[in-house]
Design a protein around this ligand. Structure first.
Ligand code: ATP
Ligand code: MG
Ligand code: MG
Ligand code: MG
Length: 481
């Protein structure tokens, strides 16, 4: 089944269950001070859960373009290294906004669980033996018992040993310190070999970052309101909020061992291979680089298509960093020292332009912007590399001055983690304490450079820095790698 068919089956399934389609919200949020990027399908329905917006349709479904590069949901570090976390991904979901009086009345745990199971095992024909359901174990401090209601429903579908209790971290969703919240029940799949399955039971590997025992669908049952004093009260209206990772679903339905082997990523990877003249699947460093590029081009293109250009602050700065991370991998591991990522935009547009018309509409803009960003960062990279060579030559010790590393960072925009990487390849390192001091001094110096924070990303305003906007070292040194 190709990815288009997989998506169509999801849509048809919920349409038949009397749900209405709602288009994806923008990936870049302009009017939410708590969030820069959409990171889940539920974001656009927040005011319905809060009770401040009237429900138009009690049952809806959609596929949402999401970005998880910051705050509570930051998967950037995983990207390229694992095979199932992306920066940008599509989250498919169905919702019930609990208004039983509505003609397409709301539903709750029983239907949500039943339908998720039906779709996975009967429509997609996933072997039920490989599926596991997690259920909230309760939390005495909150006065919460285990989710008996969910357990009862699961018991009508699966054997007891397939139901795994999960803690508050994994199985209780909260919008924030206050507001709507509730237990969740997640469906996980065990993709290991039969021998491995015998050796360790799947329930011991769930939510443990095992690459073959992965979460596919999260069903959240919003039934409480967390009050300012921390106590919980029942909500008058209960809601269902579900999210399933589209790329993960395609991976398992296409019997692949990596999301990158699906028809979602393959056309982009093929294009990267042909441009760079490097094959995928032969060398781990090259493979990681190719996966990073294939992933990041999607994140950047979707953001630019939504009107968010790379820039020196706010959401634009995040976009710039994602793109630069990809350029760096390409430069370091694929020997790409000319702009090329912009050529991938066309492939992505051909694939997803039907579902996301903004890709088609903004195709030329995306290409132009990405090419220009690549060009300017490559210039920086090569200048920085030359300067680093000189610094190494001048240094009498194997530890180069942290102040010189800072000069590279500050003047050339040369990422400190790249400096560290190159130095380590040559048997050198840098004085981290000096670097930290230099960074702090610079922050004090730039009077205008104020730091603005959202819950989701820490931003350094750098309008006063004409040459380069420094990465926020304290927050993201490792994120940039
Ligand atoms: P995980 O535990 O695997 O990190 P999650 O619990 O953070 O996933 P949710 O917030 O529950 O994920 O999102 C709903 C679904 O979206 C997940 O069940 C998964 O299928 C998918 N998903 C989550 N994060 C990513 C990501 N970074 N890339 C691709 N798919 C993702
Ligand atoms: Mg996660
Ligand atoms: Mg999880
Ligand atoms: Mg989850």
């Amino acid at each position: 089944m190709n990815s288009k068919e997989i998506k169509a089956k999801f849509f048809n399934f919920f349409k038949q269950k009397n749900h209405n389609f709602v288009a994806s919200a923008p990936i870049v949020l302009k009017d939410d001070p708590t969030l820069m990027f959409t990171n889940a399908g539920m974001n656009q329905f927040k005011s319905i859960f809060l009770g401040t917006e009237k429900v138009e349709h009690a049952r809806v479904y959609n596929t949402q373009k999401c970005l998880r590069v910051s705050g509570k949901h930051n998967d950037l570090e995983e990207v390229g290294k694992d095979h199932y976390h992306h920066t940008m991904f599509e989250m498919m979901g169905n919702w019930s906004f609990g208004d039983p009086a509505h003609p397409a009345g709301g539903y709750f745990k029983s239907e949500a669980i039943q339908w998720a199971w039906e779709l996975l095992t009967e429509v997609y024909k996933i072997n039920p033996d490989n599926l596991y359901a997690t259920v909230f174990e309760g939390h005495p401090e909150d006065g919460l018992e285990k989710d008996k209601e969910a357990i009862t429903h699961w018991k009508t579908l699966v054997d007891d040993e397939k139901i795994v209790l999960g803690n508050k971290k994994d199985n209780f969703w909260e919008m924030g310190d206050q507001g709507p919240c509730g237990p969740s029940s997640e469906i996980h799949i065990d993709l290991r070999s039969e021998a491995d399955k015998k050796a360790i039971p799947a329930k011991d590997l769930i939510n443990k970052d095992h690459p073959e025992v992965i979460e596919i669908w999260n069903l959240v049952f919003i039934q409480f309101n967390r009050k300012a004093d921390g106590s919980l009260e029942n909500l008058p209206q209960k809601h269902v909020d579900t999210g399933m990772g589209f790329e993960r679903l395609c991976r398992l339905l296409q019997s692949k061992t990596s999301n990158y082997d699906t028809d979602i990523f393959q056309p982009i990877i093929k294009k990267i291979e042909s441009i760079s003249n490097k094959g995928y699947g032969k060398n781990e460093d090259i493979d990681v680089a190719i996966r990073v590029i294939a992933d990041h081009i999607r994140a950047v293109t979707f953001c630019v298509a939504d009107g968010q250009l790379p820039s020196s602050n706010g959401a634009g700065y995040v976009v710039r960093r994602i793109l630069r991370r990809a350029v760096r991998y390409a430069y370091t591991f694929l020997d790409m020292n000319e702009p090329f990522m912009f050529k991938l935009v066309e492939v992505l547009t051909q694939q997803l332009g039907g579902d996301y018309p903004e890709l088609t509409k903004q195709n030329i803009l995306c290409q132009r912007v990405i090419k220009e960003e690549e060009h300017s960062f490559l210039k920086t990279l090569s200048q920085g590399l030359k300067r680093l060579e000189d610094i190494i030559k001048e240094s009498s010790s194997k530890t180069i001055s942290g102040y010189k590393a800072f000069e590279l960072f500050d003047t050339f925009g040369f990422p400190i983690d790249l400096t560290a990487l190159i130095l380590s390849e040559k048997g050198y390192n840098y004085n981290e304490e000096e670097f930290r001091l230099a960074l702090e001094q610079q922050k004090k110096r730039s009077q205008d450079a104020s730091e603005s924070k959202t819950s989701d990303w820490n931003i350094v305003k750098t309008d006063s820095t004409p040459t380069f906007v420094g990465y926020d070292q304290l927050e993201t040194q490792s994120q940039i790698l």
